[in-house]
Design a protein around this ligand. Structure first.
Ligand code: HEC
Ligand code: HEC
Length: 227
């Protein structure tokens, strides 16, 4: 008898409860969404390293590029660093090897002597690094980044403590810049094969060769032809 008159049972009330549960779920999802967005954009303290906003003090013998802090103010002095943090740090964390190559190593200093070398690589991209056109990165911004990257590489502790590496010759470029990929591809690279000269422009870009390295390799390959 009491169950028949109790207002809290019956199909209408169940529907209302379900409706309220639905509203609560949507509210909770909304709050969670706001928290996630806040966490990603650094409002709630440091975000994970992929977002390049962690303050990592540059200390120790192999210190890298000082990482960005949330709220770091852009000035004329740190513009290259801030732009590097936005565009490059995700793959070159602190200038070090990540998904991308090490930009502070002796090999890097051997291969990239001028800011123009860095600009050329970033504009062209490689087989594994995306190309940055002028819509993504303006000339002036890229110039600032290149200046910053080269300056850091030259100031890296290993730059003064170790003798500079000699430039790569033709066979050296083939071995280090081409064979690393081609070792697993068929047929193996033969410098006497004219196909190698035909493929040079495209493959030099793929391998991230500087203009100078490309010239050295072309000269070497020409000398090999018909041997
Ligand atoms: C999506 C990941 C990614 C981003 C973002 C990225 N790079 Fe790279 N970068 C790479 C990879 C991968 C390589 C290795 C390329 C290769 O050897 O073919 C590389 C190589 C380089 C090299 C050549 C290093 C060497 O020793 O051969 C330079 C210079 C460079 N990147 C600069 C930059 C700059 C400057 C930016 C920002 C404008 C940037 N990269 C952003 C992935 C990235
Ligand atoms: C990131 C990896 C990678 C690097 C670095 C690389 N290659 Fe390649 N290369 C490839 C791939 C992939 C192909 C295509 C293979 C295929 O289609 O069978 C290729 C194809 C070629 C071909 C054959 C083209 C044709 O039309 O038959 C030649 C020659 C070649 N590469 C030369 C070079 C030279 C020289 C270098 C150094 C400057 C180099 N590659 C660097 C990956 C690479």
């Amino acid at each position: 008898m009491s169950s028949a008159t109790a207002p809290s049972t019956g199909p209408g009330n169940n529907l209302e409860a379900a409706h309220r549960r639905g509203q609560l779920t949507i509210l909770a999802a909304g709050v969670l969404g706001v928290l996630v967005v806040g966490w990603l954009s650094g409002w709630l303290g440091p975000s994970p390293s992929g977002f390049a906003l962690i303050n990592e003090p540059a200390t120790g013998p192999e210190a890298g590029v000082p990482r960005l802090r949330p709220g770091l103010v852009l000035t004329t002095e740190n513009r290259g660093q801030v732009l590097f943090g936005r565009s490059c740090d995700s793959c070159h964390p602190g200038g070090r090897e990540g998904r991308g190559a090490d930009l502070l190593s002796a090999e890097f200093r051997r291969d990239f002597k001028t800011e123009a070398d860095i600009v050329q690589l970033v504009r062209g991209g490689t087989c594994t690094m995306p190309a940055y056109n002028r819509f993504i990165l303006a000339d002036d911004d890229l110039a600032q980044i290149a200046k910053f990257v080269l300056g850091r590489a030259k100031a890296a502790p290993s730059a003064t403590s170790r003798p500079a590496l000699p430039a790569l010759d033709g066979p050296g470029i083939l071995k280090i810049k081409c064979m690393n990929c081609h070792a697993t591809l068929d047929p193996p690279l033969d410098p006497r094969d004219v196909q190698v000269l035909f493929a040079l422009d495209e493959m030099a870009k793929c391998a991230g060769l500087t203009a100078e390295q490309k010239t050295v390799l072309r000269t070497f390959l020409r000398a090999q032809q018909g041997r």
